[in-house]
Write a protein that binds this ligand. Structure first.
Ligand SMILES: [Fe+2]
Length: 289
């Protein structure tokens, strides 16, 4: 295994990797190991690693075997590409994030997301992960039979409806009504795995089912996917680099408070969704006046 030391984070997904020296380009043996690990584990965590944006972006594209864009694809010139409760115009600045895969509503697959801990005060609210691939594999037969031939509709954000009265849930408003319908049994474009492809934050309905039946089936699928024993929580420290497969895994976030300790994470997408370069969602807590 070259110089990399690998430790499983859960029996199902996730690996913590040490021994990586950030440099561009990485040697082909190291890249090959990282690509294999990423396809097998879907979540890679590097700790105490000194990473600048060019390397973070390079590694994000290299791991999924794509050429990086010629220019730094800043999320949007008007918005900082950091998740932060302290930086002005940051992404998702406060609140609790419901379970989702970024851009699920667009049909434009964002394969890999990375976050790097720039400034982390403690206690830092964690980022949580579950495996949509594992959820499909372990789906009980009766549920599979009910779900597998249907499509689900994904919209920008239905966090308000799904907030369960939690005023801290973060909602996002968009300047268009884009949505997409995709098979619930969704084939991963790179690994070929079948994913249980519905999420709490964006999946509005199961196509062709009456609303009550659709709501009930979605709720049952969510209970299966997000069962506590399936969740891995990453506890942030400064200089953590966390990279994950945005299709194979879903993520969520515990509540972040504006007045809480600083929590600033540099974010990259690979490939960079074109939509994000020209749109600015507006964020608000579900309980905002
Ligand atoms: Fe996200």
């Amino acid at each position: 295994m070259g110089n990399l030391v690998v430790r499983d984070l859960t029996p199902v997904f996730g690996a913590e990797i040490s021994g990586l020296t950030p440099k561009i380009p990485l040697d082909s043996e190291t890249l090959g190991e990282l690509r294999k690990l990423f396809d097998e584990k879907a979540l890679l965590v590097f700790r105490d690693i000194d990473v600048d944006r060019p390397f973070q972006q390079y590694l994000s594209y290299a791991i999924i075997n794509r050429d990086p864009p010629a220019q730094d694809p800043t999320v949007n010139p008007k918005r900082e590409s950091v998740v932060s409760n302290k930086v002005e115009n940051a992404i998702a600045p406060v609140g609790r994030l419901l379970w989702h895969s970024d851009m699920m509503w667009s049909g434009e697959a964002c394969e890999l997301i990375s976050l790097y801990g720039l400034e982390i005060g403690q206690p830092a609210p964690p980022t949580m992960f579950v495996s949509a691939a594992h959820a499909w594999k372990t789906l009980p037969d009766d549920l599979r039979a009910r779900a597998e031939h249907h499509e689900a509709q994904h919209v920008h954000d239905i966090s308000y409806e799904r907030s369960g009265g939690d005023a801290d849930v973060l909602t996002a408003q968009f300047d268009d009504d884009d949505c997409v319908s995709m098979p619930i049994a969704h084939r991963h474009p790179r690994t070929g795995e079948t994913l249980l492809y519905v999420c709490q934050q964006m999946t509005s309905a199961i196509v062709d089912l009456p609303k009550a039946e659709s709501d009930e089936l979605l709720e049952t699928l969510f209970e299966h996917i997000y069962a506590p024993e399936n969740v891995f929580a990453h506890q942030w420290r400064k200089d953590d680099l966390v990279m994950w497969d945005n299709l194979a895994l879903q993520h969520a976030r515990a509540n972040v408070q504006a007045e809480g300790p600083p929590r600033t994470l540099r974010k990259t997408f690979a490939p960079m969704p074109a939509w994000l370069k020209t749109h600015l969602p507006q964020f608000a807590r579900a309980g905002a006046d």
